[in-house]
Design a protein around this ligand. Sequence first.
Ligand code: NAI
Ligand code: MG
Length: 332
Amino acid sequence: MSYQITLLPGDGIGPEVIAAAETVLRALPVDMDFTRAEIGFGAYERLGTPLPDSTLDAIRRADAALFGAVTTPPNIPGYFSPVVRMRQSLDLYANLRPNRSLPHPSSRPGIDLLLVRENTEGLYSGIERVEDDGNRAITERVITRRGSERIVRKAFDLARQTGRKTVHVVHKANVLRQTCGLFRRVALEVAADYPDIELREMLVDTCAMELIRAPEQFQVIVTTNLFGDILSDEACMLVGGLGVAASGNIGADAAVFEPVHGSAPSLVGTGKANPTATFFAAAMMLEHLGETESAARLRNAVETCIAAGETTPDLGGTLTTSEMTERVIRNL
Ligand code: NAI
Ligand code: MG
């Protein structure tokens, strides 16, 4: 049986890095059928919507999806972010951001941190209003028992699966007594089901500081939506930054993996787009499918390139996207 993989190239350098990842995936001994689906500004121009229903269906039907990037156009009335809409429509509640040290000067050593961010509620629930003639603005922060429980459980399950021993639950329950209070309470309850893994609590501001001071102390961090958005971007800069940062969006019925970077319009067609982040996203996808060995092989092949300086210019090398792709395949 072969895996059904939906590719979502998107805009800008999205199609370039997705093509590179497809080539690399085809070189691995894993049976995969690839189909492509439309997303982004180009899709809007061709089809009148940045996220056609057929795309959502293609993601649902697939075993996993690999997404490039989209361009957000300036001020088109009625336009919506297809990325946010996709996460909501498919209830992709867990955003996973692994941060592992790379053999490169831009990476600090000794880091192997998985950041697990709640992806559907919190301050990004979309409940906002304006009062007092526009002089008072309110955003509501929604935290639910169900939302907290499933994200904390996902974090502990992943800790167990990957042999990690601690999970940091990051919150601000001393100030946000209701919302973070509920998140914290549920986390403590869930942790009781995992006696083999130690729960550690940390306030979010302390965590932001500790990530810079001593990032090696973290194995898994689980936190709410906005905190996770900020901390994950902070953490990725410890281990090489945008060119190498990958993420996964996981729901009960669908999973979408992607590089963290955007569509980098100025790089389109120059051959300078670094495919590494998308290669790492592809490796996460393989891991999600249970193809652990191929995932490790792909990751090692990319790291071998990086260690040898065989990279695109953003990491100090002189290779083009397709040259680096060839080197990775050779290393496989
Ligand atoms: P960006 O991530 O596209 O670019 C930021 C900087 O990093 C630029 O200097 C770019 O050249 C560089 N860069 C990004 N990816 C790279 C790669 N693979 N290799 C080498 N260098 C790379 O973010 P920016 O410029 O703020 O946004 C550009 C467009 O992308 C906007 O329309 C934005 O809305 C969209 N965007 C989309 C995202 C997504 O699809 N998930 C995420 C972030 C931005
Ligand atoms: Mg972000």
